[in-house]
Design a binder for this molecule. Structure first.
Ligand SMILES: O=P(O)(O)OC[C@H]1O[C@H](OP(=O)(O)OP(=O)(O)O)[C@H](O)[C@@H]1O
Ligand SMILES: Nc1nc2[nH]cnc2c(=O)[nH]1
Length: 182
């Protein structure tokens, strides 16, 4: 345990703060306004993608002042790795999706494979319309299979962590976004 603790602290000491907490707060307020303008009369089902979206979800939900349902799904393809692998479904929403307008909340849109798989699964399960909101869109040099309807911040293609996102499984609890030193 001591080794893990020291390694975790070293990872943070070696990282660079790239999005401070106050910038995240104002970004999320802006996103909430845009989402409200588009979806406030549609009684959406808001779905949080565990685990990375936990902090973003907890911050944005109280800013969405209109009727909605909330549930979660759990999908992962990075696990503790820095590179993505194949999609693993851990949990599907329990709410009936038939005819629903869904809004998926995720922390980061990177290669887009995760969000594309989620969209396909939810549409197959009967959703009427699919919207997505991502706190971070990574600027990668390839086309993505899906783009988000609501984007908080665009960031360069570096591995990021904090604010729900992990590095080797740790530091999801940080109140800001950090990047591994290039
Ligand atoms: O656009 P992509 O390249 O597919 O990557 C984006 C996905 O990667 C992260 O999840 P991860 O698999 O790390 O699971 P976690 O949320 O539990 O950390 C993130 O939360 C997104 O869901
Ligand atoms: N924690 C974390 N998860 C990711 N999933 C896809 N890209 C990233 C990233 O940069 N950081």
């Amino acid at each position: 345990m001591m080794l893990v603790d020291e390694k975790a602290r070293q990872l943070l000491a070696d990282a660079e703060l790239i999005v401070p907490a106050d910038v995240l707060t104002s970004t999320i307020h802006g996103m909430a306004q845009a989402i409200t303008a588009e979806l406030s009369n549609q009684y959406p089902l808001v779905l949080s993608v565990m685990s990375g979206a936990i902090v973003f979800t907890g911050q944005i939900l109280p800013l969405l002042n209109f009727p909605l349902d909330f549930d979660y799904l759990h999908v992962t393809r990075y696990n503790r790795a820095l590179q993505g692998g194949s999609i693993q479904w851990e949990a599907l929403p329990r709410t009936d999706l038939t005819g629903r307008v869904v809004l998926v909340l995720d922390d980061v849109l990177d290669e887009g494979l995760t969000l594309a798989a989620i969209r396909q699964r939810l549409m197959e399960a009967g959703a009427k319309a699919f919207y997505s909101a991502v706190l971070v869109d990574k600027l990668i040099d390839r086309e993505k299979p899906v783009y988000a309807d609501f984007v908080g911040i665009s960031l360069p293609d570096r591995y990021i962590f904090g604010y729900g996102m992990d590095v080797q499984g740790i530091w999801r609890n940080l109140p800001a976004i950090y990047a591994m030193k290039a």
